[in-house]
Unconditional design. Structure first.
Length: 239
């Protein structure tokens, strides 16, 4: 993982901060690739529960999906097309309106990168440092301050290109509310067990401590002969 080097009295550059964030971003992506592989899509969270009437509530979750470091310029840094596993997040519960009864729908997640949180930023005024500019060149224009990797939740009768299925919702004709039995994990949903779930499912191969068995001729402290038969070459006969 790369780290930036800065020095006392060095003039700070915007690229120093941007590169530091990009380096951490790449490091996390490389770690995700080690855990899941470079081409695996994996989802965590996104629990689906009935809401009020014909609505669903999707819990926060995150999605790992293959992509590139930056498909477009990141601030003053140029785009980088190197492969990277990226994490997309949905931080808050999302309420979805089910389009209607008498149909089957799929809840899906779409990874999206958005430059957002536009703000009129203060800029340094070289002509009069005591008076800051409002926006670049004192233009008063806003600029995005955050690049977000978002997991956008949607519902439809089909899954759009670039999206991944999570849940299948089967709504009988005439239904006026969603119930738990209408919700099932979608075929191909990229859910994987968590480490605690894997630990709970683990079963030791042996339920006892094995002890040395044997006896008879040719036994030594470092060897046990089982079923020795001098009729055949070798010491162990299985029939």
């Amino acid at each position: 993982m790369d780290r930036q080097i800065v020095y006392p009295a060095q003039i700070p550059l915007d690229s120093d901060q941007l590169n530091a964030q990009r380096n951490a971003y790449v490091g996390l992506g490389q770690l995700a690739a080690m855990a899941y592989g470079w081409s695996t899509v994996a989802a965590s969270g996104f629990a689906c529960t009935p809401g009020s009437g014909l609505t669903l509530v999707i819990a926060p979750g995150s999605l790992l999906a293959p992509g590139v470091v930056d498909a477009s310029a990141y601030g003053t840094l140029a785009a980088v097309s190197s492969a990277l596993v990226r994490q997309y997040a949905s931080r808050d519960p999302v309420t979805l309106a089910v389009p209607g009864a008498g149909a089957t729908y799929t809840v899906y997640v779409t990874p999206a990168t958005v430059d957002t949180d536009d703000t009129v930023l203060p800029f340094y005024n070289a002509a009069d440092p005591s008076v800051t500019y409002a926006g670049a060149d004192n233009s008063g224009k806003t600029a995005p301050t955050v690049r977000q990797d978002m997991a956008q939740i949607g519902i439809g009768v089909s899954v759009p290109d670039g999206a991944y299925p999570l849940w299948t919702i089967t709504v009988p004709a005439g239904a006026t509310s969603i119930t738990a039995d209408m919700i099932a994990q979608a075929a191909g949903a990229p859910f994987y067990d968590t480490i605690p779930q894997l630990q709970a499912a683990k079963q030791d191969a042996l339920g006892f401590t094995p002890v040395q068995q044997g006896g008879g001729t040719n036994q030594t402290t470092d060897k046990v002969n089982l079923g020795q038969d001098s009729t055949y070459e070798g010491l162990l006969r299985v029939s």
